[in-house]
Write a protein that binds this ligand. Structure first.
Ligand code: EPU
Length: 428
């Protein structure tokens, strides 16, 4: 089994090319929600292909705080065994919630199962405010009474009921919370303008295996048949988590920066189509090969414009790596962020490495330079940290990334995987 890599500094040296095979882990943004969904029914769950990352450990802590027993099976990729008791204590304490925002997805399943829930309000993120108004509005429509007291969201209901609701924006978290609440509600819920990310389809697959009835999976209209107040129809199940498409994007872009030839295994090509198109437009060659992706990169890549959008648009989570790649492409690119207006902070770090990037509101103008130069830089969040690591591979000299614990929140053994294909990177 892979070991966690939690040392707080990464040292990255200039790397000429990446060659070989990288195995992709299970998707962080899928498994965290599936772990939350286990609270909907008592019993033993076996989740396969679970990434060994810090955010999963934090979700384990939350499940244990609620009353579950959680154990790792000695398998590779890892299997997590979650035993949910007949009675749970629907409280997500601040000490754990403040460490990671995904804990907000406990609200829907805890409220649905217990008729009450208390979840500490998550704070802001390093890339700007992250409101949860759509989560709360939808739950209120379904019959929840919600107040915020002493920094906690306190929700109670005499029984959730199905409604037709339209999200202002296809929020991933709001779609997931409402979906999990709807499964435990009386009657039919329709969520319009739902998010369509593959991780939501994975959650739907898991809920369906538990006995839920969901129509429109993968579309922007989800229709959920509730499973009655006693949730008699729901039961514990086993599930294999989908591969992490953001991890795939990270290694493809690392290849674009260093050049070389990679086979990326246990990946889903169909989940990254627009990214493949952008990288191909820049000059990389990428093709699907069963459940692997084969990619080659030779010579200097060309600039390309990008705008982030909800799936199937270009994921905001790819953007820090794309900006790092465009920083040394030939030409000028305009990168537009449409999801998190403040998600540009890592650009100051890239500038320390010699990148020529000008930001204006939610746009970045990236003028490609021949080469970045290694520097001491800081990881402000998971994706920003990974972007600095891949940028460092192409930079002259040594890049030292502090606060690297952020990277371990979302990447299983990034150092081992990159070293395995020839990267010069180590933790300190
Ligand atoms: N928004 C609201 N009100 C809400 C909910 C969202 O205004 O009630 C806004 C947000 O402020 C943001 C936009 O809607 O501007 C999109 O937010 P969304 O709810 O879709 O994002 P999220 O559920 O908080 C998940 C991922 C993020 C990923 C985004 C977008 C998890 C745990 N997190 O966040 O992943 O960037 O979707 O795809 O699933 C990461 O993995 O590093 C990461 C940050």
């Amino acid at each position: 089994m892979q070991s966690h890599d939690r040392r707080d500094r990464l040292i990255v040296q200039s790397t000429d090319s990446l060659e070989g095979v990288i195995d992709i882990s299970g998707a962080k943004n899928s498994v965290l929600k599936i772990m939350a969904a286990t609270l909907l029914a008592e019993g033993e769950y076996k989740l396969h292909n679970v990434p060994r990352i810090t955010d999963v450990d934090l979700m384990i802590e939350l499940l244990c705080a609620v009353g579950c027993e959680v154990a790792w099976a000695d398998t590779s990729p890892a299997t997590l065994i979650i035993t949910v008791p007949a009675d749970i204590n629907p409280v997500a304490p601040y000490e754990i919630v403040e460490k990671f925002r995904a804990s907000i997805v406990l609200l829907g399943p805890m409220l649905g199962r217990c008729g009450e829930a208390r979840v500490a309000l998550p704070g802001g993120d390093d890339f700007g405010p992250r409101p949860i108004d759509m989560h709360l509005h939808g739950l209120k429509q379904m019959g929840a009474h919600i107040k915020v007291v002493h920094g906690n969201i306190e929700a109670a209901t005499k029984g959730l009921f199905g409604v037709r609701t339209t999200l202002d924006f296809p929020s991933v978290g709001a779609t997931e919370n409402l979906l999990m609440a709807a499964v435990a509600a009386e009657g039919v819920t329709v969520i319009d303008n739902a998010a369509r990310e593959p991780e939501i389809s994975d959650l739907c697959k898991f809920l369906t295996a538990m006995g839920a009835s969901i129509n429109g999976v993968g579309s922007s209209t989800l229709e959920i048949q509730g499973t009655t107040a006693q949730h008699r129809a729901l039961q514990a199940t086993d599930h294999t988590v989908i591969p992490d498409r953001v991890e795939v994007a990270t290694y493809l872009i690392a290849l674009g920066i260093t050049r070389g030839d990679l086979t990326i295994t246990r990946a889903r090509y169909g989940h990254i189509m627009l990214l493949v198109q952008k990288l191909s437009d820049m000059g990389m060659r990428i093709r699907s090969d069963g459940d692997s992706i084969r990619a080659t990169s030779v010579g200097r890549l060309k600039s390309v414009d990008c705008a982030t959008l909800p799936y199937p648009g270009l994921a905001t989570d790819y953007k820090p790596f794309l900006v790092a790649l465009l920083a040394t492409a030939s030409g000028v690119s305009i990168v537009t962020e449409n999801l998190f207006a403040g998600r540009f902070r890592y650009i100051d770090e890239l500038r320390r490495m010699g990148a020529d990037i000008h930001t204006d509101s939610h746009h970045a103008v990236v003028r490609g330079v021949d080469r970045l130069s290694g520097a001491p830089v800081k990881a402000h969040d998971i994706r920003a940290g990974a972007a600095l690591a891949v940028a460092g591979l192409g930079a002259k000299g040594t890049t030292m990334i502090s606060d690297a614990h952020h990277i371990a929140r979302g990447y299983e053994d990034i150092v081992g995987k990159l070293c395995g294909v020839g990267a010069r990177i180590s933790s300190d």
